[in-house]
Design a binder for this molecule. Structure first.
Ligand code: ZN
Length: 297
């Protein structure tokens, strides 16, 4: 029973995604299975491996609420209802107990397995579409590497028409954000230039573009490449539209890394006329991206 290509079916997973809430469980399991298929010729994954590896992916790339074994059990059992995934024995949805009682493995349904094993291009196209729908470009390569896929190869495949349509961005937004923050990092003040042009300064969305974050001036900050990545990974966030916070999950030993601690509690100081991030986007980032609790102090 085939009703569409692997690409169509694996990128149209049923998930709870109201109000721009992130739900990376199923996409991360599919990406893990794609990496397994690419490496071994079979997508089959034992629950014990999924529990460990998907659990790690969810805690690293998910939200503060997507940790623990039950978070991994949810997609491992529920992906069946999308018609793209099968388990080696029948178990109820979501429960960890029956998964642990005796060995069980999951794998793509046969027609998906067949299509993707015969076509690396199709496999990479699915991986690209999924990773781009769930993560900003600062993080997507890290996710692909973590599941054993080569980001350079995945991003050399053509984007899907859906992805191109979804990516209709305001071409001026990046330039305007960088200019509005005086071509310097809003967190650390880095303002390096090369030949007179800013270098290593990027426009960062507070609410991610692929989660309904608009290309508006009150949804962006100019940040150096490092602080852009730390914002998107949830190591740094905002307590309110003008106060930076650092996650207690972040740690560093060396002086350059520890400099991040010093950002905690720092106020943003935009030049007159520059909009601070809107409270609704700050709240989204705090709920969906920021990791755990802020540092004390
Ligand atoms: Zn910076």
């Amino acid at each position: 029973m085939s009703d569409g290509s692997a690409l169509e079916r694996l990128t149209a997973l049923r998930q709870y995604q109201g109000e721009g809430k992130r739900a990376p469980h199923k996409p991360l399991l599919v990406l893990l299975a794609l990496g397994q298929l690419n490496a071994t010729g079979s997508s089959a994954l034992e629950w014990s491996a999924v529990e460990e590896r998907l659990g790690a992916l969810l805690s690293e790339f998910g939200t503060s609420t997507t940790t623990g074994s039950s978070s991994a059990a949810y997609p491992f059992t529920r992906l069946r209802s999308d018609g793209v995934w099968q388990l080696s024995r029948d178990v109820p949805n979501d429960n960890v107990g029956p998964l642990n009682s005796e060995p069980i493995e999951g794998h793509f349904s046969p027609e998906i397995e067949e299509e993707l094993s015969g076509s690396p291009a199709a496999l990479n196209a699915v991986a690209r579409a999924l990773v781009e729908s769930q993560f900003p470009l600062t993080i997507a390569p890290d996710v692909l590497s973590a599941v054993g896929l080569d980001p350079d190869v995945v991003f050399s495949t053509a984007p899907t028409a859906t992805a191109l349509a979804a990516r209709k961005r305001d071409v001026n937004w990046r330039r305007q954000i960088v200019a509005a923050w005086d071509r310097s990092c809003a967190f650390c003040g880095f303002d390096g230039a090369l030949g007179g042009a800013p270098v290593g300064i990027e426009a960062a969305h507070v609410r991610w573009f692929n989660f309904e974050g608009p290309d508006d001036l009150d949804n962006g900050l100019a940040l150096c490449s490092l602080h852009h990545k730390l914002l998107d990974r949830g190591a740094i966030g905002l307590r309110d539209p003008e106060t930076v916070i650092v996650s207690s999950a972040f740690s560093a030993v060396g002086a350059a890394g520890r400099a991040v601690y010093e950002l905690h509690g720092r106020g943003l100081r935009p030049r007159p006329g520059t909009a601070l991030p809107a409270p609704e986007y700050v709240m989204w980032h705090h709920a969906e991206v920021f990791k755990g609790d802020p540092l004390k102090a």
